[in-house]
Design a protein around this ligand. Structure first.
Ligand code: GTB
Length: 220
């Protein structure tokens, strides 16, 4: 059955792979499932056809036959449970890998998003300069124990899993801030994730959507 995901028609990150379709593409590449992409504009995301797929009017969505999903946590868990390559066979190890997925999106990602919003959306507010260090410290409160747990291991719990995929993609959002480099083991962990051939294919595919949107814009 054909898998179709949605992605930004013109990602605001200019194809740096930070939009969340990249993590879904990466998961599909890891398990060797082909997929199609339907790029959507910001306006189309808020129209009824897309809202039927995603109640909050966001990307990515995932369609496979009569199944339609939103939320990258649910989408990647669905992919990982149906195809070999992202979750261990052993039941306990599998439960631990899923725990890391939840930990990435529930515990590590929220302060990172708060930090990104403080820098991008709130930088011109009178209180922004006072607030930013507080928000940065909330990110450090997550990075420090994560770095201690990872220590010099290659991945979070044995072999690479959906937990690592999610955690690496969440941490990538910090790359340009300098915060990640305060924790060399985490910076190296992200680099290891990015070096995976499946990640490279996912990255190149999302970049080509962005490059096409620029080309169409320059010469329609
Ligand atoms: N919890 C949802 C999930 O995990 O699927 C969150 C989905 C989400 O935030 N989608 C964003 C979206 O559709 C795109 S990925 N935003 C449009 C809207 O809400 O109207 C978030 C994102 C956007 C831009 C960058 N960037 O430019 O660096 C990075 C990440």
């Amino acid at each position: 059955m054909t898998i179709t995901i949605t992605a930004f028609e013109a990602s605001p990150d200019r194809g740096r792979g930070l939009a969340r379709d990249t993590r879904v593409r990466w998961a599909l590449e890891e398990v060797g499932q082909p997929y199609e992409v339907r790029p959507v504009s910001f306006r189309a995301m808020k129209e009824p056809a897309h809202l039927k797929l995603h109640p909050f009017g966001q990307i990515p969505t995932y369609e496979e036959g009569d199944l339609a999903l939103f939320e990258t946590g649910a989408i990647i868990l669905h992919i990982a449970q149906r195809h070999a390559g992202l979750l261990p066979d052993d039941a306990n190890a599998r439960a631990r890998a899923i725990t890391w997925m939840f930990s990435a999106i529930n515990t590590v990602e929220p302060p990172i998003l708060e930090f990104a919003n403080a820098k991008i959306l709130e930088h011109d507010k009178p209180w922004a300069q006072e607030r930013l260090p507080l928000v940065a410290n909330r990110v450090r409160d997550r990075l420090k124990p994560l770095s201690a747990r990872l220590s010099d291991a290659e991945w979070l719990d044995g072999a690479f899993s959906a937990g690592d995929l999610m955690m690496v993609h969440v941490l990538q959002r910090l790359k340009s801030s300098g915060l990640l480099d305060e924790y060399p083991s985490l910076a190296a962990y992200v680099a290891r994730g990015e070096a995976r051939p499946a990640y490279q294919r996912a990255f190149d595919a999302q970049l080509s959507v962005y490059n096409k949107s620029v080309a169409d814009w320059v010469s329609p």
